[in-house]
Design a protein around this ligand. Structure first.
Ligand code: NAD
Length: 259
């Protein structure tokens, strides 16, 4: 299927690896020009070269911290126009809520709630004026099924989800949609760190902790960033103009509820 977005411009945040990379790669595969962002310049440059080499798309790399005002300004300035915005940044650290300080909470809210909201604020009105816009926020399955040690994530991402639920109904009449993609267990560096912590706290090996995580997934495997990116590309497609305000789980069936 031709997704009808070739030639558009996308800003994909947190995209040197993992799920953000998967989204940038899939969009570039659809002929979208992408500005990708991450904090470290070298891996980001390598990611841009790989995506550009594989797809022929224009890929611009902007190394900056997207959770800062200066970083957001730099990333936005590198994108001639933002037709597609993929919001992503590292997730907050796991831990016992009793040990989280106010600063920990502010950092989590900044990264996983206020940064996406600021980027939406900066781009949504021009999208409305052009009568095309797609915003995809990478959140977490923890929004629907909270994970005990990820209290910072559960809290901050729920704030973003609530905000998006309201705004997405205002923009859709202008062909500007806003949706959230909720990853379950994906084989990325982030997962590596979470599993290491679970292994440590349960006093078991990494392999055993990983096997226990996989055992909770009916698909019987970890998700991969490519399939995540393809779902993102669909949400950004011309065909998805009637889809807004949704929370899409991509979790191999792990969420146990009917709704
Ligand atoms: P990852 O660590 O593999 O990749 C994160 C990317 O974001 C990297 O490119 C990193 O450089 C970049 N990044 C981090 N902080 C940044 C910042 N401040 N500014 C700019 N770039 C930044 O992580 P991932 O597994 O791809 O996860 C992406 C998001 O999805 C995270 O918020 C994570 O918590 C969430 N998530 C992941 C899983 C999973 O199983 N992998 C599950 C649920 C939720």
């Amino acid at each position: 299927m031709d997704f009808g977005i070739a030639g558009k411009w996308a800003l994909v945040c947190g995209a040197s690896k993992g799920l953000g990379y998967g989204c940038a790669r899939a969009l570039a595969g659809e002929g979208v020009n992408v500005v990708i962002n991450a904090r470290s310049a070298q891996p980001l440059r390598e990611a841009a070269a790989r995506i550009g080499g594989e797809t022929g798309a224009t890929v611009v790399a902007v190394a900056c911290d997207i959770t800062t005002e200066a970083g957001r300004a730099e990333a936005l300035a590198a994108c001639p126009q933002v037709d597609i915005l993929v919001n992503n940044a590292g997730g907050p650290p796991p831990g016992d809520f009793r040990k989280f300080t106010r600063d920990d909470w502010i950092r989590a809210i900044d990264a996983n709630m206020l940064t996406p909201i600021e980027l939406i604020k900066a781009t949504v009105d021009p999208m409305i004026a052009r009568k095309f816009g797609r915003v995809v926020n990478i959140t977490s399955s923890a929004v629907k099924a909270p994970i005990d040690i990820l209290g910072l994530s559960n809290g901050a991402r729920s704030g973003l989800t609530g905000f998006v639920a309201g705004l997405s109904r205002k923009t859709v009449a202008h062909n500007v949609t806003i949706n959230n993609l909720l990853p379950g267990v994906f084989g990325t560096d982030r997962l590596q760190k979470t599993v290491e912590m679970q292994a440590q706290s349960a006093g078991i090996s990494f392999d055993e902790a990983l096997a226990r995580r996989v055992a909770t997934v009916p698909a019987g495997r970890l998700g991969n960033p490519e399939e995540f990116g393809q779902a993102c590309a669909y949400l950004c497609s011309a065909q998805a103009s009637y889809v807004t305000g949704q929370n899409f789980l991509i979790d191999g069936g792990a969420y146990p509820g009917t709704y």
